[in-house]
Design a protein around this ligand. Structure first.
Ligand SMILES: Cc1cc2nc3c(=O)[nH]c(=O)nc-3n(C[C@H](O)[C@H](O)[C@H](O)COP(=O)(O)O)c2cc1C
Length: 350
């Protein structure tokens, strides 16, 4: 086997037993561990190195999105295990209102790469397009003579969106455990009409997200995240003080040499960010943003994410288009529901 080729990891009984035992004592401090155990440890919040209690936790802590893939196919059996892990995910009412389009042919991969403006997409040997799918359930209900309103109910939109993502994340974790790398592609939702046509999706099927899968050419280091102190609220929601909140984000966007991550100012970026500020909050705000950038001497990460990456002016502009397109696809989740019975009653009275 090629050295760069990761060996699929399937849990042996011994490993499973070890995992079961280690679950009893979740995380162990290992100050006195022999050297070399470093790969099996992670830095804790208090700066101590902690030992992973099991391989699943290690996998989850060390995962990162992978955007460069080896030119190597995913064996059929590996892919089917990964997919099987997806359909074992929890799903509201066990209804599984989702479908996955498996895409391997180069033409479609290239098309999607071009459409999304992300070249690496075509280099991943397998793309999985996750869709909400009420079509199958609707047909089932019809065949079994059951009442059906899922395509008119916001509740059903909500649960099916959750279900499809939970399934996708099971697949991600399973893929990692089999030595594969993965990255979500959210940009597919910018082209819903094209995707619906390209993959011949019937009514009541709607794309949500895509996943690139393949053997990683390199595995990026895990990215910093907001800490559990920031995202977990004990018992009730607790608002952070401004200073605490800024410290939490600064810690997240801290570089390896302990500086804050920043974006250098360029004319182009300034122009874009000023435009976005102007469009969203007006002249005064744009001036305020400009002053902050000039005083700092850089574009900060919040300004980057909301002013340059996910541009605040453009992001909400298609809201009504999405709603219309969903309606055209038979999904009337955001419309007032008018039960058919009203018409029937009226016509009976008439
Ligand atoms: C819903 C969703 C959509 C995403 N879309 C893209 C995308 O279009 N392109 C991309 O390169 N990464 C995409 N990502 C990956 C994120 O950029 C990545 O998860 C994030 O930067 C955190 O990095 P990590 O996954 O390595 O922890 C997406 C992730 C999610 C969850």
């Amino acid at each position: 086997m090629n050295k760069a080729e990761p060996t699929p990891k399937l849990p042996s009984i011994a490993r499973a037993l070890r995992q079961a035992v280690s679950f009893i004592s979740p995380v162990i401090l290992i100050n006195d561990e022999p050297k070399g155990a470093d790969q099996l440890t992670f830095p804790s919040e208090n700066g101590m190195r902690m030992k992973y209690p099991n391989e699943t936790i290690q996998l989850l802590f060390e995962r990162s999105s992978c955007r460069s893939f080896l030119d190597k196919k995913i064996p059929k059996n590996v892919l089917s295990i990964v997919l099987e892990a997806g359909i074992h995910a929890p799903t509201a009412g066990n209804l599984q209102p989702y479908s996955i389009i498996e895409i391997q042919d180069l033409r479609s991969r290239r098309k999607l790469a071009e459409m999304c403006g992300q070249k690496f997409i075509s280099e991943a040997p397998v793309l999985l397009l996750f869709c909400i799918d009420w079509h199958r359930n609707e047909r089932w209900a019809e065949l079994e003579v059951a009442p059906f309103t899922a395509t008119s109910s916001f509740r059903h939109f909500w649960v099916s969106f959750q279900d499809v993502i939970i399934c996708a994340q099971n697949i991600c974790t399973a893929a990692d455990s089999m030595g594969l790398g993965s990255v979500y592609i959210g940009t597919v939702i910018d082209f819903p009409a094209e995707i619906l046509a390209l993959f011949r999706m019937p009514e009541s099927v709607f794309p949500v997200v895509m996943l690139c899968l393949g053997y990683p050419a390199k595995r990026p280091k895990p990215r910093n995240k907001l800490s559990i102190k920031t995202v977990v609220h004990k018992g009730r929601y607790s608002e952070m003080k401004d200073k605490q909140l800024l410290r939490a984000f600064n810690e997240k966007y801290r570089t390896e040499d302990s500086r804050n991550q920043t974006i250098p100012i360029t004319l182009d970026k300034m122009k874009t960010i000023m435009n976005v500020c102007h469009e969203t909050h007006g002249k005064e705000f744009a001036e305020k943003c400009k002053q902050r950038i000039e005083a700092n001497g850089y574009i900060n990460m919040a300004q980057y994410y909301f002013g340059l990456h996910y541009k605040a002016d453009i992001m909400p502009t298609d809201n009504d288009e999405y709603i219309k397109l969903m309606e055209r696809s038979g999904l009337k989740w955001f419309k007032k529901y008018v039960p058919k019975v009203e018409t029937r009653t009226r016509s009976l009275k008439d």
